[in-house]
Ligand binder design. Structure first.
Ligand code: ARG
Length: 462
């Protein structure tokens, strides 16, 4: 029998139950559901809607339900539509008439919103911790990379040399914004919807603020309709997670490129690469590829939920049940991805020589040659044209760029000396640039950011 059978003459059709049940996935909210119920029951006790004895016997039943769910002895009934009805049914079996009072002044609509916010608060902090773990790996690899340098690219064409540390920390800063975004989303969702009831609050003397405080929420809802229909926090969380996926996909794409024979910048550790079932020589960057591939699914979760929310009338509609599976999956996939990419980045060997050889190709000095002319008073556009002409000449003829530069009246030997091993990277000297001096400052700034974020994530419980 369902919890709402009173109004109905007959029972639900098998097809209805098969299509509408959420228990297969929302049982993941069991612990949060019990937490919410405990606070709700204590709240009912405080305002005199339950006696002290009733509160105690319901809390005791909730303890039993929690233990049964944890040790796997909880028996679900075919009529349990979702985790909320399953828990309430069992509490009523255990606590008798007092159990029948647990749902006083509450609806599954404010209950499920409460559960999901408790879940999101905890899990977003946990994801932020995993992002930090990956940032630590990138930071350590950056420090260890020392003076190693590689070509920086635009349009995937060699552009100007930068330190490997600079390149690794570029991904680190993107992840720093992710941590910030997760904590920001978490702050905004820190609102208790409990006490909103089905949609309009209650005629009973509920005290939602005290229940919010009991649950550790920072704030309480201001509008009951909004409280039960708001899933902005799920959409925001899905955006945050999708963007982390996008960031992982960009790291992944580079590892795919770098580990190819064509680049030869990186060698993958055996434990973080896979073989081919047919081609004996293969060592494949599957983690890096799935970091790209799974991001499609994360973006799908975000757009899917936005489509579900679009045009929904106030307040609760069953459509909202579709909020949970994308959120659970996104949290799981991003968590697995962060750990796998952290392992991949911690164990990959970088070939500093191959990187340097690619970075030292003469044309990557072209901008420095133009800037040499700028310092001597030539307008940049003119300098650009002069050096561009020399690069074209070098490519078309048999004279090297260095020789052409040395022979040019406005350039000469001093300018030609700008072409050479490791010279270009040392000239990246402006603030935030990719050369040794600014990168040393950047490393310190990144270290400070990691320490500060570490404290923020710890304060958020992870
Ligand atoms: N399983 C439902 C959900 O996830 C719980 C809320 C059901 N509320 C209702 N009025 N049928 O949204």
């Amino acid at each position: 029998m369902t919890l709402w059978h009173g109004r109905f003459e007959g029972g639900p059709a098998a097809e209805l139950m098969a299509y509408t049940v959420s228990l297969p996935f929302d049982r993941r909210l069991a612990a949060d559901d019990i937490t919410g119920s405990r606070a709700h029951v204590r709240g009912l006790g405080r305002v005199g809607l339950l006696t002290g004895e009733e509160v105690s016997s319901i809390l005791e039943a909730l303890d039993t339900v929690e233990a049964e769910l944890t040790d796997g002895t909880f028996v679900f009934e075919p009529s349990d539509e979702d985790i909320h009805t399953a828990v309430e049914r069992r509490v009523t079996e255990l606590a008798g008439p007092a159990g029948g009072k647990i749902h006083t002044g509450r609806s599954r609509n404010d209950q499920v919103a409460t559960d999901l916010r408790l879940f999101a608060k905890r899990e977003l902090a946990a994801v932020a911790r995993r992002v930090l773990d990956l940032q630590h790996v990138l930071f350590e690899r950056a420090v260890e990379a020392g003076d190693a340098y590689l070509p920086g690219y635009t349009h995937l064409q060699r552009a100007q040399p930068v330190l490997l540390a600079h390149h690794l920390l570029a991904h680190g800063w993107a992840l720093a914004r992710d941590v910030d975004r997760l904590l920001d989303t978490r702050d905004r969702l820190d609102v208790s919807p409990l006490g909103a009831g089905a949609l309009a609050g209650s005629s009973l003397p509920l005290d939602p603020a005290s229940v919010a405080a009991d649950l550790g929420f920072a704030r309480v809802f201001a509008n009951s309709l909004d409280a039960v229909s708001d899933r902005d926090f799920v959409a925001e969380a899905l955006f945050d997670l999708a963007l982390i996926g996008v960031h992982l996909s960009r790291v992944g794409e580079e590892i795919v490129l770098w580990s190819s024979e064509e680049f030869g910048f990186a060698r993958l550790d055996d434990a973080y690469s896979t073989g081919s079932s047919m081609l004996p020589q293969k060592k494949n960057p599957d983690i890096a590829e799935l970091a790209r591939g799974k991001t499609g699914r994360l973006i799908g979760h975000l757009t899917g939920l936005l489509a579900t929310l679009k045009s929904l009338p106030l307040a609760y509609n069953r459509d909202l049940q579709e909020d949970k599976e994308p959120l659970f999956d996104a949290v799981d996939q991003v968590s697995l991805g962060l750990a796998a990419v952290a392992g991949l980045m911690a164990t990959t060997t970088f070939d500093h020589q191959r990187m340097a050889a690619a970075a030292d190709s003469p044309a990557t000095a072209a901008t420095d040659l133009a800037e040499y002319l700028v310092v001597a008073g030539t307008p940049f556009r003119e300098a650009h044209a002069i050096v561009g002409g020399l690069v074209r000449e070098a490519l078309e003829g048999s004279t090297s760029l260095a020789e052409l530069v040395a022979a040019h009246p406005a350039l000469g030997d001093e300018a030609a000396a700008l072409i050479g091993e490791g010279i270009g990277v040392r000239r990246r000297t402006s603030p935030g640039a990719g050369g040794p001096e600014p990168v040393a400052a950047q490393v310190e700034a990144f270290r400070a950011r990691l320490d500060a974020d570490d404290a923020r994530v710890r304060a958020a419980g992870a």
